[in-house]
Design a protein around this ligand. Structure first.
Ligand SMILES: O=C(O)CCC(=O)C(=O)O
Ligand SMILES: [Fe+2]
Length: 365
């Protein structure tokens, strides 16, 4: 197969100043041209290959939290949030109050974008020095294994953070839907942060203060079907670098797997729920009490899967480092680092497990 479709424009733009990634082919286009061949660059070493088993029973153990109770600061529900963040780093949230119609429109907007012809999508390609737009991130060498995934990454909130040159404004309703969705996710995330602040022995607004305003980056993921799903990964193992991530996904395909007690556990979608996970920033602020857990995505033999991950991202100038109440009975487990420095280091490398070790302090120090 000889597919030379590079998804990157040559426009010079420093963008967010967080990093950049090398050019890669569109996997969706490769599969459209030849759905059977899996190029060598996508085939994982034996030890990294996934077990495709959407029916693993333990999946049902992932905590489910009722947001309507958390919003009322219900103590029992807060304890569930505490347990989930400590033991799993992941939970599904029901009764979040975001209208089902909006969730449906958000998924449809992402699907409509990936449905566009390649030439059209390429108009929104990442610029050379940015990670916003259509393309791929975390590609730093010509030799590394690639994910079976195409993505578009957009800053969506607050409104002034949007760079509309990466937004397909010709798609009817795309902009309005993302605006509406990101406004809802900003309110939802603020409330989760308020509950986590209280659980960490702080004022309700303390975690929010690290953001000034809650800042959202949205990664729309498209995982094409793969004829050999047991040889590839849709998304390499990683933990998310920000505060929390809110994931919206298709109901009918299990693609997300999380590392729990040394095993990869599939997260079976719960209709209408968000999957929320703790990012590295919360692990560091909580001095390791709450866990930013490794996760990955696997592919499906015949179906494409779309997910929409919204990353809550701290203010560039804020500091990551354990907060005072979490240091009362424990030594600091992480050194302090400015959020923008962490983001730059996080983004300019191959995605390969947890990155947090770069700020971990030796147990004895
Ligand atoms: O597609 C998924 O389920 C996972 C997405 C994810 O982990 C990410 O975009 O960081
Ligand atoms: Fe992730």
């Amino acid at each position: 197969m000889d597919v030379k479709v590079e998804i990157r424009s040559m426009e010079a733009d420093d963008g967010l100043g967080w990093g950049s990634s090398l050019q890669v082919p569109s996997v969706q286009e490769m599969v459209r041209i030849d759905s059977q061949t899996v190029p060598e660059r996508y085939i994982r070493e034996s030890k990294d290959r996934p077990v495709i088993d959407g029916l693993c029973p333990i999946s049902s153990e992932i905590p489910v939290i009722d947001f309507s109770l958390l919003a009322n600061r219900d103590k029992e529900e807060q304890q569930k949030l505490h347990f989930a963040s400590k033991e799993w780093g992941f939970f599904q949230i029901i009764n979040h109050g975001v209208a089902e119609d909006l969730l449906h429109r958000m998924k449809a907007a992402a699907a409509a974008f990936f449905d566009l012809p390649l030439e059209e999508k390429m108009k929104y390609s990442m610029a050379e020095k940015d990670i916003q737009g259509y393309g791929q991130v975390f590609v730093v060498s010509e030799n590394q294994k690639l994910d079976w995934n195409d993505l578009s990454f957009l800053m969506t909130y607050p409104p002034e953070s949007r760079n509309l040159k990466y937004w397909p404004l010709t798609l009817l309703g795309f902009k309005e839907t993302l605006e509406e969705y990101s406004t809802e996710i900003s309110k939802f995330s603020e409330d989760i942060l308020a509950n986590l602040s209280l659980l960490m022995g702080m004022e309700e607004n303390s975690l929010k203060d690290f953001h000034k305003v809650v800042r959202l980056g949205m990664r729309m993921n498209y995982y094409p079907p793969c004829s050999k799903p047991d040889l590839v990964l849709g998304l390499s193992p990683h933990s998310d670098g920000g505060t929390i991530t809110v994931l919206l996904q298709d109901d009918d395909i299990t693609g997300l797997q999380i590392k729990h007690q040394g095993e990869w556990i599939p997260v079976k979608p719960l209709h209408g729920a968000f999957v929320v996970n703790i990012g590295d920033a919360i692990e560091i602020w909580s001095n390791g009490t709450y866990k930013s857990v490794e996760h990955r995505a696997v592919t499906h033999a015949t179906k494409a899967r779309i997910s929409v991950a919204t990353f809550v991202t701290p203010h560039d100038e804020a500091e990551m480092g354990p907060v005072q109440p979490m240091l009362l009975n424990h030594p600091a487990m992480y050194r302090r680092i400015k959020c923008v420095d962490y983001a730059r280091q996080y983004l300019n490398r191959e995605l390969n497990g947890k990155h947090i070790d770069i700020v971990k302090l030796d147990d004895k120090s």
